[in-house]
Design a protein around this ligand. Sequence first.
Ligand code: NAD
Ligand code: MG
Length: 398
Amino acid sequence: MISSDASHPINGAPRGLSILGATGSIGTQTLDIVRLFPDRLRVHALTAHANADLLVAQALEFRPNCVVLGDETARKTVEEALAGTGIRVLMGSEGLCEASTLPEVDTVVAAVVGFAGLEPVLAAIRAGKRIALANKETLVVAGALVNQLLHTHNATLIPVDSEHSAIFQCLVGETAHSVRRLILTASGGPFRTRPKEDFARITLAEALQHPNWSMGAKITVDSATMMNKGLEVIEARWLFDLGADQIDVLVHPQSIIHSMVEFTDGSTKAQLGVPDMKVPIQYALSYPQRWPAPHERIDWTTLRALDFEMPDVEKFPSLQLAYAVLRKGGTAPAVLNAANEQAVALFLNEQLRFVEIPRMIEAALDALPVTEATYDALVQADAAARRLVLEHARAVVH
Ligand code: NAD
Ligand code: MG
């Protein structure tokens, strides 16, 4: 039997939320869910990197205890706009960590993009919070450390990423030893059918056109290189405590099956739905309950086919790189993640070609030593990989 309402807000009080990365794709959709359930969810903190106007509008609507801003230049605008409201304006990573640990916050929605999301998640874990985790980079970089701290501090991670939410839902009521393997589905991105010979001509605009999902720029490029699926394999390894050989990737262009679990007795469970991140975001907030909501349903009268194919590792080498670092362990996944973040940032600035992204990552992995994954070593590996990609990119351009 699925569990009771035990972990639901005490005495029917709303669940207190801190939304890190509130102005992004996941953040704004989280606020859409809060609008649907004003009696069940209450926002206490909102954070943004630089989008002051949206942060102010969100703060005036949701009236949190505090907002946090990354970019110092927007500080004055936000402080003036919120003067007299009682809403505190905090800054930088210190502010993010405060937002993650406020006593009135029950659940931290971790929706900052990239390595910058790691520190506030670690702070939330140390404060024993429940974390609705969208920021997959946290687990890619520091999965072992995160799991160790979760255990020590009695904190909980609930996945927001649609594939991991699907697996999490398939595992309700199951025991770990009955799982044979996970099958992560992938849309294949915008270049699934494009011949490899044409990859050298891929433009930024093309890479930003995802066929099924509307997301932030970094993850959209990750989906186009299929590094997103590689990061998700690593994310799954730590979330579900399985080895790399128990996590497979299957291309499913319709993005209706969000992922599957194959059990030891030959049975397979899948979770299906239209591609809409609001569903897994809401589940991470309502778990173990399900709350009725007007999200779009699958129309079985028009759905004609669910197709599957194996990923093309020649066209998308990033996937193999992710499996390789998972097997290597230590700081190797942190190097992969940082090299990818830096290469994608350069591609988004049109300073690097699409095909150079996996080459940059491979070069960083070849050049940097793998050491034990302490927090300090992870921070150093992240910085070293970024520096190396910047150096290599300068060499490619000139
Ligand atoms: P986004 O770029 O739309 O939003 C990122 C948010 O983080 C913004 O609020 C931004 O202000 C903030 N931010 C950016 N850099 C920051 C920094 N250095 N310090 C503090 N805040 C910073 O990104 P997104 O698409 O919402 O993705 C967020 C995370 O969720 C990513 O890790 C992504 O992989 C994951 N995710 C996203 C989706 C999706 O559908 N968008 C799906 C699954 C997982
Ligand atoms: Mg995903």
